[in-house]
Design a protein around this ligand. Structure first.
Ligand SMILES: Nc1ncnc2c1ncn2[C@@H]1O[C@H](COP(=O)(O)OP(=O)(O)O)[C@@H](O)[C@H]1O
Ligand SMILES: [Mg+2]
Length: 312
């Protein structure tokens, strides 16, 4: 498999005249945590379903775990685990029963199934919950049960489609610790998320925008490529007032960032003090601090560039 768990070349998927995935190409290395980001409708789930052999491609080539998925979609299922965007657990069955059901779907029965079930339950902290009805469990635990079902057959690649959406922050943290452990043990992780803090946990990221892969790289590479320079965060002033007051300073960009503003400056451009002085001189007592470039800054820059470029 040449160290690459996933190889996608010029993957395109149309729905009628609409192009949901547009000539997307990327590789994922074995044991890598690869994050797939993008706004709703960007084409993440469609791409993932094609990689899992659940939806045919319109054109392009896809190799997953050494299998040519376009020509033999069924053959890839053995090597992969898939956690869909809406977990497909049976609420009226217990945790054990769900695992038995999904195990059966992978041809696991009897002692083999029991051994694997006990192992993943222990691995994911579910050992004491086997006889609980899934309906009675909170979201964070259901999410772990869904992961258990997806990894029961020891797949070499796990696909997780927004596994943490709607789950509380504490459970999200715990879930990512489990993902990290899986990857450390050699499992390749392909995960979509719209939580940009989670994207920081990924070794490499692909940013989807309107069906196209608009950016690809490590979090550090993406920051340097798309948001070079330094970032200043300003509280207490609106965008127009800032532009007026700091008209004499070379600001590369000014963007709203929650309730604050993010101002990008050159590496040797103005500092927090310069900006604070300019604002004070204009009668605007704003708070200014040097801050790091976040993936949200990258995301906004990429999205804007795609929209400005006509975005496919
Ligand atoms: N079966 C389908 N038929 C028609 N359009 C679809 C179908 N599945 C997805 N789409 C469209 O393709 C686009 C990408 O969807 P999706 O891959 O689910 O995006 P994401 O997961 O990034 O939110 C959306 O505009 C969606 O409406
Ligand atoms: Mg989706």
């Amino acid at each position: 498999m040449d160290g690459r768990a996933i190889r996608v070349e010029k993957l395109t998927r149309r729905f009628g005249g609409f192009v949901a995935v547009n000539e997307v190409s990327f590789d994922v290395a074995q044991g890598e945590i690869f994050g797939f980001l993008g706004a709703n409708g960007a084409g993440k789930s469609t791409t993932m379903r094609i990689l899992c052999g659940l939806l045919p491609a319109s054109s392009g080539s896809v190799h997953v775990a050494g299998v040519d998925v376009v020509h033999d979609p069924a053959a890839v299922r053995r090597s992969i685990g898939y956690m869909s965007q809406k977990f497909s657990l049976y609420l009226d069955l217990t945790v054990d029963e769900n695992l038995k059901f999904f195990g059966g779907a992978y041809g696991l029965f009897g002692r083999d199934l029991r051994g694997r079930r006990e192992r993943v339950e222990a691995q994911l902290g579910l050992a004491a919950l086997g006889s609980r009805l899934v309906a009675s469990l909170p979201g964070g635990i259901r999410q772990r049960v869904a992961l258990a079902c997806a990894i029961l057959h020891s797949p070499s690649i796990v696909f997780l489609d927004e596994p943490t959406s709607g789950v509380d922050p504490e459970s999200r943290r715990a879930f990512w610790r489990l993902i990290r452990k899986l990857a450390d043990a050699g499992t390749t992780i392909f995960v979509t998320t719209h939580y940009l803090d989670e994207a920081e946990y990924c070794e490499r990221l692909g940013l989807m925008s309107a069906g196209r892969l608009a950016a690809l790289g490590t979090p550090i590479e993406l920051r340097e490529a798309f948001v070079p320079g330094r970032m200043l965060e300003i509280h207490g002033v609106g965008i127009d007032a800032l532009r007026r007051s700091a008209a004499g300073l070379p600001l590369l960009s000014v963007e709203p960032f929650g309730a604050a503003l993010h101002v990008r400056v050159d590496r040797d451009g103005p500092g927090a003090d310069d900006l604070r002085r300019a604002l004070a001189a204009a009668g605007v007592p704003a708070q200014v601090a040097e801050t790091g470039v976040t993936l949200e800054d990258v995301f906004l820059t990429v999205e804007r560039a795609t929209i400005a470029g006509g975005g496919g």
